[in-house]
Design a protein around this ligand. Structure first.
Ligand code: ADP
Ligand code: MG
Length: 710
């Protein structure tokens, strides 16, 4: 009996044609931001004084009062109505990753039996979603009533279909953040304050420092029919089994190769829609693995870039379905080929220019450059374990260590400080954190993750380092001012000498983070441990770094998160970790028992019948000879299915033991140590069976089909 479903979906996938995507009649610059209530729309739909007030709110963090909010809501409503919008929603980023929204329509009773449409400043500014089932790590216990969402005016409102979408923070009534955006906004404020003060040593005119983020989103596309026939992909986002395809990425023929037509149509569609939503998509290309791609916009202010990444991820899923694909954002959907990530290109800039540009023209520019580079490294060095924690998850468990490339010297032309040994040539792709000329690349961020997690920690770490730098420099300035050799007219000022001296100290201190070898090698692991860097590899244990004294001290002193918030968020992290592994364990167990073993057994029966019949036709001696191969297969199938069965039983038992643990932290550790390691053992047996069982019986689309069909 042939496995009809698999062949049917494979056949259909082959036949699919690219969708005809109608390009807008306008040029991209003209339709860019069409669905966004940006400054241009604000100017058009708001009275002049309200517009000015909003610009002050967005640019300078001015307070927003009720009258202004009402006027803004009225302008938004007018614009929304012209675009056929009937609903609005507060859009927020709960700790589950992804985004959440609850739509309300504009309609209200008019008191005369009819309906009117209404949208007030109050509705724009605050909402109370019935959000009691979002994870809060115990902060929002039932008696504390519900959390509420509050408008973030720095990220513009936009339209999707018939709905006006309002970016918001999500907080509990006692003021604790229950999302990613609230602490991110606080971290961005902290780095702005600390960096602006340091800038004043060099240029007193600087008013503001902005943190920038340019993400590069990697993803896989899989045909929707094949996806539906793989319960593991459907339920866990990755394949829990599947033998390597004979051909995968070894020819390097996919990377930057020409984009298949069906995919090109999808990319075009995605890009048009993203541009209309104000996401400045610029780059698209094939990635290393077959069916793997990347999209990257131009960098933006970090808060907006984070929102745009969340928006793009959900847009991508939608558009993919329209084209008969599923977009896989999981970090490791297929074994044996590259996984996906999301490089976070990060930099700081001032209202007067960029801050991290490779050595400038004057000694003063070079000193400022050196200051920001060295203090970023100081932050990364001090909190290397925490930064690793910020990118870790059950699906992004690559166990990277922290290091910076360091072979190439950077000539700073400042005689008093040594050449900075950090690479700005981007040769070493194994480093999870690299300097690439005018920005740092935080490369270890997961493809599925909310970039905010990494950005909260990085910006906080840099803010703390800059504040400490400032404090030490100021102390030295007051000392040096008393010394005659640093007085006016003797060359450089006390400020210059103070900065140089603190930088020299710090360059020595953060040396352990700079490494020029292969970041993946065992040699580096041993070396990193010697240098006192964090080498922990267990995801649930790495989360403990959030509760280290230095981490709590940093987040609290900057006003980013309190100890209580950090504890609650860790509860959520551990719980989420456990649930993800738990779901994978169940799916793997189920598929083993009701897909794999039955199919292998049925093939085994076919072989047995064949052996029996051969014995009826040939002499005993001849039959034994001819049956030898089949008998070996029969035995192999018996052994492998028995092993799978035993392992699945053990897996169930291990889960029962872990599930009894009440403490979320310990439970996650148990799932990590005793359950996750069994997956590969089971998978190994299944993948061997896939190779020997009759192809026409195998129920699950194989790697060669999932990865090579467009
Ligand atoms: P790669 O060579 O790493 O693929 P790209 O040139 O495609 O890099 O750019 C990657 C991302 O880095 C883009 O989003 C780009 O806008 C961003 N980027 C460039 N310069 C900066 C900067 N100074 N700060 C932050 N991001 C930047
Ligand atoms: Mg890059």
């Amino acid at each position: 009996m042939a496995n009809d479903l698999r062949f049917q979906v494979v056949g259909e996938a082959f036949k699919k044609k690219p969708l005809d995507v109608k390009a807008p009649s306008e040029r991209p610059c003209e339709y860019f931001g069409k669905h966004v209530f940006n400054r241009e729309k604000m100017y058009k739909y708001l009275p002049k004084d309200v517009y000015d007030k909003m610009v002050d709110v967005i640019d300078n963090g001015a307070r927003l009062d009720r009258q202004v909010a009402d006027a803004v809501a009225a302008g938004m409503m007018a614009w929304a109505k012209e675009n056929g919008v009937t609903h609005y929603t507060h859009w927020f980023q709960p700790l589950t990753e992804g985004t959440a929204e609850k739509h309300d329509s504009f309609i209200e009773h008019d008191g005369k039996g009819g309906m009117i449409e209404e949208f007030s400043g109050k509705l724009l500014v605050q909402q109370e979603p019935d959000a009691s089932s979002f994870p809060s790590g115990g902060i929002r216990s039932t008696f504390e009533a519900r959390g509420y969402s509050a408008w973030d005016p720095t990220s513009p409102v936009f339209i999707i279909d018939d709905t006006l979408i309002i970016p918001t923070v999500f907080i509990s009534y006692s003021g604790e953040s229950l999302d990613y955006k609230a602490p991110l906004l606080r971290a961005l404020k902290a780095v702005n304050v600390a960096a602006t003060e340091v800038c004043h040593y060099f240029d007193p005119a600087v008013k503001k420092v902005t943190s920038n983020l340019g993400w590069e989103q990697e993803y896989f596309l899989v045909d929707e029919g094949l996806y539906a026939a793989r319960p593991d992909l459907l339920l866990t986002g990755r394949t829990l089994m599947g033998h390597d395809s004979a051909k995968n990425q070894q020819m390097d023929d996919h990377y930057f190769g020409s984009i298949p037509e069906r995919v090109a149509a999808f990319m075009r569609d995605l890009e048009i829609q993203a541009l209309m939503l104000g996401i400045p998509c610029k780059t698209r290309h094939n990635e290393v693995a077959p069916n793997q791609f990347e999209v990257a916009p131009i960098f933006e202010d970090t808060n907006l870039a984070v929102d745009h990444n969340m928006l793009l991820m959900s847009l991508m899923k939608r558009v993919a379905r329209k084209h008969g694909f599923r977009a896989l954002l999981h970090e490791k959907p297929f074994a044996g080929i590259n996984g996906s990530g999301k490089h976070n290109n990060w930099s700081l800039s001032t209202d007067t220019g960029v801050l991290l540009h490779a050595p400038g023209k004057t000694a003063e520019q070079n000193l400022r450059f050196a200051t920001f580079i060295v203090e970023t490294l100081m932050g990364v060095y001090k909190h290397n374990g925490l930064l690793k924690a910020s990118i870790m998850s059950a699906t992004n468990d690559k166990e990277d260590l922290f290091s910076m490339d360091g072979k190439q010297g950077m000539k700073l032309d400042i005689p008093e400080i040594p050449e900075l040994l950090i690479d700005n040539t981007d040769r070493n792709r194994t480093s999870p954190f690299a300097f690439t000329g005018n920005r740092f690349e935080f490369r270890a961020v997961g493809s599925e993750a909310n970039c905010a997690s990494a950005m909260i920690t990085l910006n906080s770490a840099v803010a703390e380092a800059l504040a400490s730098f400032k404090k030490r420099v100021d102390e030295k300035i007051s000392d040096y001012s008393k010394k005659s050799e640093y007085s006016e007219g003797s060359g450089h000022s006390p400020v210059y000498h103070a900065i140089i001296d603190v930088l020299r100290e710090d360059i020595k201190t953060c040396k352990p983070i700079r490494f020029d070898g292969n970041g993946y090698s065992d040699e580096w692991k041993a070396e990193a441990a010697r240098r006192g860097l964090d080498t922990e590899t267990s995801c649930p244990i790495i989360f403990e770094r959030y509760l280290d004294k230095e981490s709590i001290q940093m987040f609290e002193s900057l006003g980013v998160m309190t100890k209580k918030e950090l504890e609650a968020r860790n509860e959520v992290k551990w719980e989420t970790y456990t649930k993800k592994i738990q779901i994978e364990a169940r799916v793997l167990g189920d598929l083993s028992m009701n897909h794999i073993i039955p199919v292998a057994t049925s093939y085994q029966s076919q072989l047995l019948r064949n052996v029996e019949r051969m014995s009826g036709v040939f002499s005993k001696e001849k039959a034994n000879q001819l049956n030898a191969r089949n008998l070996k297969l029969i035995e192999e199938i018996a052994e492998r299915t028995a092993t799978i069965e035993t392992l699945v039983e053990e897996l169930v038992e291990a889960r029962k033991v872990a599930n009894k643990i009440a403490d979320e932290h310990q439970k996650a550790i148990a799932y990590h140590d005793t359950i996750a390691p069994m997956f590969d053992k089971i998978r190994y047996q299944i993948d061997k069976l896939e190779l020997i069982v009759d192809d026409s019986l195998w129920p699950l689309p194989k790697y060669r089909e999932l990865l090579f069909i467009r």
